[in-house]
Write a protein of this length. Structure first.
Length: 364
């Protein structure tokens, strides 16, 4: 194991863990798995460095052998922690020329139809695979036995649009140029379809569940009107998910915020199979499970803020409560309600993992 002394000190004697990706596959299809799976949308490699007490994140910037070592450590972290799958994505926004409005607060590069028409839409799929194919190849090479990946080309339709337009710019466009507003979502949807189609052909065999993240809400409502999401974004989702389903893969949507107003359409029109992301300030995880547990898989449960702010004992009690409220539903996978960024305390994260593995009977 990668961190025998650290892991043993915290976890005590553990039963030997044998990963089985079918547990996540069942949960995503809303079938009760043989073992409650663990799931994270993202675990920061900088967080992994803290947990492992080693430095490896910069290996990703080295040559192919450096990258190979990066993926060995990255994949085995998931295995050693008790996951059945490795979460891994590469974001489309990162290869879109002029992007950065979403994450880096840069000004948008598309403000007019002239900007839209000059934008190199057709080149972006090539940029994506030129930059990231080697990462997917090494992910497959270093994947531990019994595991597969969950993820794929990251960023959803809304996030890709924002990344080249900006949220404020999109608001102006929606009022000033409805035709351009419509065209942006349609064009991004087409671009994503091209990328996903090639991705599934080349790398779909590595992945057991397809996923992208598209944050559609904030604490009290959706970020644009529910009607705009239903008429402009969800039709693009539906086309993408139909493609993913044609490869016999379930689709997991990660979407933060209060999105109850659009959930029926996400389930019945877009045909999502599972949903991830929850925050207690919006609604406890039990609310999501009660509302949608009979319809789709529900992933997450543990508010990331709890992992940051509470004592280890409080975290363990919280996690046990989340599990007890969700375990009887079919498609349930436990993890944080968002992700594990580098600022999450290692002790808080491990308290969650320990509790889940105790419930699974893996502590002897």
């Amino acid at each position: 194991m990668l961190f025998v002394s650290f892991y043993s000190e915290r976890m005590g004697q553990m039963a030997e863990f044998t990963p089985d990706y079918r547990n996540i596959l069942d949960a995503a299809r809303n079938i009760k798995p043989k073992r409650m799976p663990l799931y994270e949308h993202i675990i920061s490699d900088k967080f992994m460095e803290k947990a492992l007490n080693i430095e490896f994140a910069d290996l990703l910037n080295g040559d192919k052998n450096d990258k190979r070592e990066y993926f060995r450590i990255y994949c085995n972290f998931f295995k050693d922690m008790g996951y059945d799958t490795v979460s891994f994505e590469r974001c489309i926004g990162s290869v879109m020329p002029g992007s950065g409005a979403l994450g880096e607060h840069k000004p948008g590069v598309i403000k007019t139809f002239d900007d839209f028409n000059k934008y190199p839409w057709e080149e972006i799929p090539g940029y994506f695979f030129e930059k990231y194919s080697v990462d997917f190849e090494l992910l497959e090479e270093q994947m531990p036995e019994g595991m597969k990946a969950i993820g794929g080309p990251g960023n959803g339709v809304f996030e890709c649009v924002q990344d080249i337009v900006s949220y404020t710019g999109l608001a102006y466009i929606s009022a000033d140029d409805p035709e351009l507003y419509d065209a942006l979502f349609q064009k991004v949807g087409q671009m994503m379809y091209t990328i996903w189609n090639e991705f599934l052909q080349k790398f779909g065999h590595i992945y057991v569940v397809s996923r992208f993240g598209d944050d559609l809400g904030y604490k009290t409502a959706t970020l644009i009107s529910p009607e705009d999401i239903k008429t402009r974004i969800i039709p693009q989702y539906a086309r993408l998910i139909e493609l993913i389903h044609s490869y016999n893969k379930p689709f997991l949507l990660h979407s933060c915020g209060c999105i109850f107003d659009i959930m029926d359409d996400l389930i019945n029109v877009a045909q999502i199979d599972a949903k991830h992301s929850n925050e207690d300030a919006i609604a406890p995880f039990s609310t999501w499970v009660e509302k949608y547990g009979d319809l789709i898989g529900n992933f997450g449960g543990v508010d990331t803020d709890i992992l940051c702010q509470r004592s280890e004992q409080e975290i363990k009690e919280y996690v046990r409560n989340v599990i007890s409220e969700a375990i009887d539903h079919k498609g349930f996978a436990l993890g944080s309600g968002n992700s594990i960024p580098d600022y999450v305390p290692v002790e808080g994260y491990l308290a969650m993992i320990e509790t889940a593995r105790e419930v699974r009977g893996e502590c002897t």
